[in-house]
Design a protein around this ligand. Structure first.
Ligand SMILES: Cc1cc2nc3c(=O)[nH]c(=O)nc-3n(C[C@H](O)[C@H](O)[C@H](O)COP(=O)(O)OP(=O)(O)OC[C@H]3O[C@@H](n4cnc5c(N)ncnc54)[C@H](O)[C@@H]3O)c2cc1C
Ligand code: SF4
Length: 333
């Protein structure tokens, strides 16, 4: 690991003033230190934000809930209000990684963690996403890679909380010396294209993610998240799904289905969700939505199994959200 300056900040203003040149923000440090230890990045300065009190806390507001960027995954998973009214988020945070990681990892860092691809996370591969000119995944080991939006960089969106927050239509608050702006989570992530292969989010280099705002759920809202992986813990998802249903009696009035580990960004399955609207949630409607979510998939040479796995993850999560199935014992986390 390279030598670096450690700039410990106790206010947002102090952190913003330190975010110059090659400085990198450090929250829980799980992702950033991993990449430093692997020699993927060698920042001259780390701006430590973990001692900024104003970035902590889960607050219920008139319009919903405000989560500070430093709230840990463990705090999200254990919070009674989130468990009862924003279940998809408590489920996603509470089943991510391991208990030790959930105690250190922050919401802001989880949303900002870099994409998942073992070539990207190794210093030995100078790939397109790191500003070079080729992708190693197409002809390489691509069993964990994307099955949608695979044309430029088929890495996958790794953040469990991004899946949940996208399903809840939450927004992130971004703060710079010029002020604050709100960006819907659904517009926060950038799909890699030929012009911008290295950009992952719309955050500017002088901005800090300071909070997440989730709107109050409409009456009758129920939600759930499930993650499927190779291991039951200590791993990212191979396929995960977040589902939010607005129910009126037995009938679904509105639905959102979001997939993680399917594309380089969290994937909103709009057509699949539309199939649920106006109908009761049954095994049949849930299975139909799961299959519809795979329309347009372009799997790579080694990940065709995901096209079979996702429909199962989706239909079981829809039934869990509707209260028609228990949590799947074969789900991870
Ligand atoms: C074995 C293992 C299993 C895992 N499984 C899962 C899983 O199932 N689901 C999942 O979602 N994650 C999983 N993770 C990833 C882990 O949850 C993330 O690495 C962690 O949440 C990152 O949070 P952090 O606070 O440590 O971020 P850091 O490492 O401190 O930062 C991550 C990135 O975000 C930037 N950053 C951090 N905070 C801010 C901010 N407030 N504003 C602007 N930029 C910021 C940093 O500069 C850095 O680039 C796993 C990790 C491991 C090691
Ligand atoms: S999938 Fe993306 S991150 Fe992975 S090697 Fe290809 S360009 Fe790099």
């Amino acid at each position: 690991m390279n030598k670096f300056i450690f700039s410990d900040c106790t206010s947002v203003d102090a952190a913003l003033s330190q975010m110059t040149g090659e400085a990198v923000v450090k929250a829980g440090g799980v992702d950033v230190l991993d990449r430093m230890k692997n020699g993927v990045i060698e920042p001259a300065k780390l701006v430590n934000i973990t001692n900024i009190p104003s970035l902590r806390g889960i607050h219920e507001t008139e319009t919903g809930v405000r989560l500070g960027a430093l709230v840990t995954l463990a705090e999200l998973g254990d919070h009674p209000l989130l468990q009862s009214q924003y279940t998809v988020l408590a489920d996603a945070a509470g089943h991510a990684a391991t208990p030790q990681i959930r105690n250190a990892a922050t919401l802001g860092g989880n949303l900002m963690q870099k994409v998942h691809c073992w070539y990207y996370r190794s210093a030995d591969f100078a790939c397109l996403r790191k500003g070079h000119d080729m992708c190693f995944a197409y002809d390489g080991l691509n069993q964990y890679h994307a099955i949608f939006d695979t044309n430029v960089c088929p890495s996958v969106a790794p953040s469990s909380t991004a899946v949940a927050l996208s399903a809840l239509n939450a927004s992130v608050e971004l703060t710079s010396a010029k002020g604050k702006r709100l960006v819907p989570v659904r517009e926060f992530y950038i799909k890699p294209d030929d012009k911008h292969p290295t950009m992952e989010t719309v955050i500017a280099p002088d901005e800090l993610l300071t909070a997440v705002l989730i709107p109050k759920p409409a009456a009758g809202t129920r939600s759930a998240y499930q993650k499927y992986g190779e291991k039951s813990s200590y791993d990212w998802a191979i396929a995960d799904a977040g589902v939010v249903l607005e129910m009126q009696g037995d009938v679904c009035r509105k639905a959102a289905i979001v997939l993680g580990a399917a594309s380089p960004t969290p994937r909103l399955a709009v057509d699949a969700a539309a199939l649920l609207v106006g109908k009761p949630i049954t095994e049949e409607t849930a299975r139909a939505a799961g299959l519809a979510a795979m329309q347009g998939a372009t799997p790579l040479s080694m990940n065709g199994y995901k096209v079979q796995l996702f429909p199962v993850a989706i239909y079981r999560t829809i039934l869990l959200a509707a209260g028609k199935m228990d949590r799947d014992p074969s789900a991870a986390g």
